[in-house]
Design a protein. Structure first.
Length: 100
């Protein structure tokens, strides 16, 4: 994905403490990641019992993605794996680029 990925708490998601879910409706149809400026994953917690995926579009608007849609699950996995790896850059695995 080309869009920056982030893992955030509710307080970080909008810069203030929120006492409820951020998403009222979710979007499940595929949107190409090139249209995303940023994606936030907010895990389920005591204030909202469902995980939330909020995509900030390059046009400036935000939409909530359905965390149960297969393509969104892939995004969530990428966010969580990059969080667990400490956002380290990927190694070049192209055999043509490696030396003898």
């Amino acid at each position: 994905l080309q869009a920056p990925l982030s893992f955030s708490s509710k307080a970080e998601s909008l810069g203030k403490i929120q006492l409820r879910c951020q998403c009222i409706r979710t979007h499940s149809d595929f949107i190409h990641p090139k249209f995303f400026a940023n994606i936030q994953y907010i895990p389920a917690g005591p204030l909202c019992d469902t995980p939330e995926v909020i995509a900030e579009m390059k046009q400036g608007n935000e939409i909530c993605l359905d965390p149960n849609a297969n393509w969104v699950k892939i995004i969530i996995q990428k966010i969580l794996s990059s969080k667990n790896k400490g956002d380290k850059p990927k190694e070049n695995i192209n055999p043509e680029m490696q030396g003898p």
